[in-house]
Design a protein. Structure first.
Lengths: 495, 183
């Protein structure tokens, strides 16, 4: 009966073919050969890019700080291995456009020598502020893909006195299984990370939510959480996008996060299992975030696997290791197939956000023949945000972006359910991404035109002032001349 | 008899209302249509003349009289066209509106002589410099009016497309594919 009612809490969503078995059944590969060169972007997080500290030619150790964070919302970057700094310059970013961003290029020396970690006592004796400081200094960001700096989130959680910490183990995207394997193999460390986060946020209640298609992970996590009554492990239904924070919060707590609010405002904070593991590493072993588990899967991959790689490893190196056939690869995707970004080539580095790299064959891709909308409203049914994708897409097609914003364009999370379900193959999410960018561009243009008006008024007042001054000077000069002439005349008269 | 009552009362009414209207027309007269002011406030105000009118005010007057389409202002793009159409209650077909190509002026340092002509004409003070010093353009303030390009004696000021970076990169609009004929 309860399960019947709890089902009501899931809005929309789809159940795509999971395709996780090829990677979920094998242990995480840790023997990845160290690449010769690592390309480390200075921005692998939401917020301001990090500012480099090192010089070209400098020799660094693994875990050494390469670039420090700038401002409140930012994260530092550390050396993923030991070696020499070759360059600090612009290189193509792992982004659909592959436009350049600043990166540090590190030539590895093969020793992979760690920087001596500081002496670590019992972290639970530390004040909670110290936990967030250390998490921030370790460069930890949300590893589910959002890459929001974790320390900022911990601070917000503490300041808002949240009552529940949700650990997101849903991993609802097809193909991806890195979180699943991490939970199966490193459950104790994750639970330890969760306890440290609880300490850092001064909270005593955590829920680890795992989709019911990962029974081994659930068992491992339940066993690891057994000694700690404050941590509850629960199974949630398998349904994409269960890992969307608002959907998960709604399911686990029954609370709806209002539009425009952060989850911490209703007393909930959500972190990924990978983040919890990174927190454990940072606090217990003094090791910053320099590597992560990446799922390499897809039809073109001969050896699909979960592999732990140093950040900055080129996708090309990863593909060599996993025997990806370039001929069969029709599309390269970073992240999952639903929300991930399609990449134009493979000379791009893996970053903190890279949960998976997929090499998909043509047969795995959706048909692109776009047909007219038949108004079947399937997209409305599956939209987890409760929007009307078909109407929004129609508005956008006719360039009526304001109308699209009015019916909720800004609440779209680009989860891809509508594009997935659409029987007419309409690229709905593409329309929404285009429109969101366009709306932002228009706002900027609006802002600029206001600024232009201000500048022109300022210039006009300045010109008027100068003209006024010149007039006054001219008048003063004429008056002075008259005075002089008068005096002269008087003098002449007296003489 | 009733006919006369009707004629007299209606005539009286007509005269009275006509008088009221006449008085209102005299005392509540507006110098220019308020809609023109509203339109002028919406337009960029850089008097660039790309619309074919000598400035933003004449363009606003033409718009108010219905002599110009809502899509008149090229720098305003479709955003402005939408706003104008909403204000004037016009139907708008934005399919053919060209979004303005984003340009920015740049000084070529090799040929700049520091003649100060460009920053004197810049309507937004976007050019900084001093006599016999190389000038520079503040890209954020440049409105691409091209006035500096016209006065530059050495052709060192040129318009360049705004560089696309990760900060201003946007998804392109999906092209509508015809079924059975993929793009």
């Amino acid at each position: 009966m309860t399960s019947l009612f709890s089902k009501w809490r899931i809005r929309g969503g789809v159940h795509a073919e999971e395709r996780k078995t090829s990677t979920a059944t094998q242990a995480i590969v840790t023997a990845f050969p160290l690449p010769k060169k690592l390309y480390i972007p200075l921005q692998q997080h939401v917020g301001k890019p990090a500012e480099p500290l090192i010089k070209v030619g400098e020799v660094v150790l693994k875990g050494q700080l390469l670039a420090h964070s700038q401002g409140i919302i930012s994260a530092p970057v550390h050396a993923p291995s030991s070696g020499t700094i070759l360059d600090v310059n612009d290189y193509p970013a792992p982004h659909p456009s592959a436009l350049p961003i600043r990166m540090i290029v590190l030539e590895t020396d093969g020793k992979d020598e760690w920087l001596q970690p500081p002496d670590i006592g019992d972290p639970f004796q530390l004040p909670p502020e110290d936990i967030s400081l250390r998490v921030g200094a370790a460069g930890i960001v949300g590893l589910g893909g959002a890459t929001f700096p974790t320390a900022v989130k911990l601070n917000m959680g503490r300041e808002n006195h949240i009552d529940t910490l949700i650990i997101n183990g849903a991993e609802c995207e097809p193909y991806l299984s890195c979180d699943d394997r991490l939970m199966q193999e490193r459950a104790e460390s994750i639970i330890d990370g969760v306890r440290l986060m609880l300490h850092g946020m001064e909270t005593h209640n955590a829920v680890v939510a795992i989709e019911d298609n990962k029974p081994q992970a659930f068992a491992a996590m339940t066993a690891a959480a057994m000694p700690y009554p404050s941590i509850k492990v629960m199974q949630i239904p398998t349904r994409y996008p269960m890992g969307w924070d608002r959907q998960l919060i709604r399911y686990v707590t029954g609370k709806e996060v209002p539009v425009g609010c952060r989850s911490s405002e209703i007393g909930v904070t959500i972190h990924n299992v990978g983040t919890a593991y990174a927190v454990h590493n940072a606090i217990r072993h003094g090791r910053p975030l320099v590597s992560r588990v990446v799922t390499v899967a897809g039809g073109a991959v001969q050896r699909p696997m979960n592999v732990e790689v140093p950040l900055g490893t080129l996708i090309a190196d990863l593909f060599n290791f996993c025997y990806v056939s370039p001929e069969k690869t029709a599309r390269i995707i970073m992240g999952g197939p639903m929300m991930g970004d399609s990449l134009p080539h493979i000379s791009l580095p893996t970053v903190k956000a890279t949960s998976g790299i997929l090499a998909l064959t043509q047969s795995e891709l959706k048909d692109t023949d776009e047909q007219p909308c038949i108004r079947c409203a399937s997209c409305v049914t599956v939209c987890p945000a409760g929007l009307r994708p078909l109407d929004m897409a129609n508005n956008i097609r006719a360039n009526q972006l304001d109308a699209a914003v009015d019916i909720g364009l800004k609440d779209c999370i680009s989860c891809g359910c509508c594009s997935y379900i659409c029987p007419s193959n309409i690229p709905l999410v593409h329309y929404f991404k285009y429109a969101s960018g366009e709306v932002a561009a228009r706002q900027q243009a609006q802002h600029k035109s206001e600024q232009t008006k201000r500048l022109m008024e300022a210039r006009q007042t300045r010109l008027d002032r100068i003209a006024q001054q010149q007039r006054e000077e001219e008048e003063a000069r004429i008056a002075a001349k008259k005075e002089r002439d008068r005096l002269k005349a008087e003098q002449e008269a007296t003489v | 008899m009733y006919v006369f009552y009707a004629i007299i009362s209606l005539t009286g009414l007509g005269l009275l209302l006509g008088l009221l209207l006449g008085i209102a027309g005299k005392y509540l007269k507006v110098e220019s249509s308020p809609i023109v002011d509203e339109l002028e406030a919406m337009l960029p105000g850089s008097q660039c003349g790309q619309c074919g009118f000598p400035g933003c005010r004449p363009a606003a007057e033409a718009l108010a009289e219905g002599k110009a389409p809502a899509t008149i202002c090229p720098p305003g793009g479709s955003t402005l066209a939408e706003q104008i159409a909403a204000l004037l209650g016009l139907d708008l077909d934005l399919k053919d509106v060209q979004e303005p190509e984003l340009l920015v002026a740049r000084v070529s340092e090799a040929t700049c002589t520091g003649c100060t002509r460009c920053f004197k004409v810049c309507p937004t003070d976007a050019i900084v410099g001093a006599p016999k010093q190389i000038h520079a353009v503040v890209a954020d303030a440049c409105i691409a009016c091209k006035k500096c390009v016209e006065v530059c004696p050495t052709e060192c000021l040129q318009m360049h497309p705004i560089e696309i970076t990760l900060r201003n990169w946007r998804w392109a609009k999906p092209r509508v594919a015809v079924a059975g004929n993929p793009l």
